[in-house]
Design a protein around this ligand. Structure first.
Ligand SMILES: Nc1ncnc2c1ncn2[C@@H]1O[C@H](COP(=O)(O)OP(=O)(O)OP(=O)(O)O)[C@@H](O)[C@H]1O
Length: 228
């Protein structure tokens, strides 16, 4: 692992509740290398989501810095950074329309103006999880919770993220669907020869063993990394 390239380095990240000024995350530092499969555990309310949203720069840190691919991330870099370090939430939000329309949506955004929807790429992902191409024509409103999460993941994966921050992506799913999500993420890691990485928040002990090669722990806003 030591000779793997460092993708992300966060130093002394703090997040303070703007209302009551309590520190939700206290001076968290971490490194994410290529190929890292990290589980983030910790009791409910300990600050795991706050930390991951901050790492994705969806919420601004009150202190600290993030270096990505050796470059300090500045304000102007944030839109690009967010597509490279992508946060996946527990309950996916889909738009009205078909699965394909949902997958095409990111390409209508200014930030992705140089990119084009790639049906072959999506077909490859669908094949990985044994979904037929007809899945693309399904109405998003008719999808199961698990299928919605798969579409949400495909929508992110097609944009070629480098790090996924997975915030309990399967906690609302049954075992079969959870395994499909795990399979898709695993295939994505293999597809890129373990040059990508993820941080996966989970409360499921069996899942933690399946998806985690290292464990980080959050306790009352204090992050500990490197716990075996
Ligand atoms: N936007 C916010 N403003 C103020 N407080 C917040 C905000 N988001 C979360 N918190 C608080 O921060 C603390 C940590 O919440 P967080 O969602 O990160 O916990 P968690 O470890 O992810 O829990 P769970 O495992 O239940 O999802 C909680 O006390 C929560 O109420």
């Amino acid at each position: 692992m030591d000779n793997k390239k460092i993708l992300l380095k966060a130093e002394n990240l703090c997040r303070i509740d703007p209302v009551n000024k309590v520190k939700l995350v206290k001076s968290a530092s971490c490194m994410i290398h290529q190929g890292d499969r990290i589980v983030l555990s910790g009791s409910s309310g300990s600050g795991k989501s706050v930390f991951c949203r901050m790492l994705a720069l969806l919420d601004q840190p009150d202190q600290g810095s993030i270096t990505f691919n050796g470059q300090l991330v500045r304000q102007a870099d944030i839109p690009h950074y967010r597509s490279a370090v992508a946060y996946i939430r527990q309950r996916p939000v889909l738009l009205r329309g078909t699965v394909q329309e949902n997958l095409m949506f990111p390409f209508a955004l200014h930030i992705n103006r140089e990119r084009r929807f790639n049906p072959e790429k999506i077909a490859r992902f669908l094949a990985m999880i044994d979904k037929p191409d007809t899945f693309l024509q399904k109405n998003a409103a008719d999808l199961s919770g698990g299928e919605r999460q798969l579409v949400c993941l495909l929508r992110v994966l097609q944009l070629d993220p480098v790090i996924l921050l997975l915030d309990e992506p399967t906690s609302a799913l049954d075992m079969d669907m959870a395994m499909q999500v795990e399979l898709l993420i695993n295939k994505w890691m293999q597809l890129h020869d373990e040059t990508r990485a993820y941080v996966w928040i989970s409360h499921d002990e069996q899942q933690k063993k399946r998806v985690g090669q290292q464990v980080w722990h959050m306790n009352a806003g204090v992050l500990t990394t490197g716990v075996a």
